[in-house]
Design a protein. Structure first.
Length: 201
């Protein structure tokens, strides 16, 4: 099965450098334009289905992709594709996290009422297992930055209990600190194209 990972289009909270998590933030005008432009590049695809999380920015992105690319594919909403839950951190600006990496131990991420990377990996692994059973040959998954990073590790063969997910948690802390200082996070700096990536399942 060919799996295309797409990140949702940009939102106002992205511009304001706020943690979005499970908040239902809609696409900005720039975000809509991003997805429409991506759809033009993907018109040659013939996905059997387009999956997205149930968060507004992902749902909106998936629907735009289907309509703009002219795909004859169902849109399937699955809450397991949601972004990692930031709990009481949601809505806070990156500028509030300048000292975060020093205050939190390696392998930890998030407030006590948030979601850890292992629970995130487990729900995504469960989703992928169900996806394998569909018999589809090609799918598009419209997700979120942290969710897609975890999906990539799972698709590369790392199980949810692998230490690599501890490293991902620590990288997230460093990324927030970097974002607060420079305006760029780690994924933006090291990925040539974080909006679309392709894998085999």
């Amino acid at each position: 099965m060919r799996v295309h990972l797409v990140r949702h289009g940009r939102t106002r909270w992205n511009d304001e450098r706020r943690l979005q998590g499970w908040e239902g933030v809609e696409l900005s005008e720039e975000g809509v334009a991003q997805i429409k432009a991506l759809a033009q590049k993907l018109k040659g695809l013939k996905p059997d289905a387009v999956y997205s999380s149930d968060l507004e920015r992902a749902v909106q992105s998936a629907k735009l992709l289907i309509s703009e690319a002219g795909w004859d594919a169902p849109h399937i909403v699955d809450p397991r594709l949601r972004e990692i839950y930031h709990g009481s951190w949601e809505g806070r600006r990156a500028s509030e996290f300048k000292e975060l990496a020093e205050r939190v131990k390696p392998g930890e991420f998030g407030p006590p009422d948030g979601e850890g990377f292992r629970p995130l990996a487990r729900r995504l692994a469960e989703f992928l297992e169900d996806l394998r059973g569909t018999g589809y040959r090609e799918v598009v998954l419209v997700g979120h930055q942290v969710t897609n990073a975890a999906l990539k590790l799972l698709l590369l063969g790392y199980p949810p209990e692998h230490p690599v997910f501890d490293y991902l948690a620590h990288a997230m802390l460093s990324s927030l600190a970097l974002l607060a200082q420079t305006g760029y996070n780690i994924c933006q700096l090291v990925q040539s194209n974080s909006q679309l990536e392709e894998f085999e399942l």
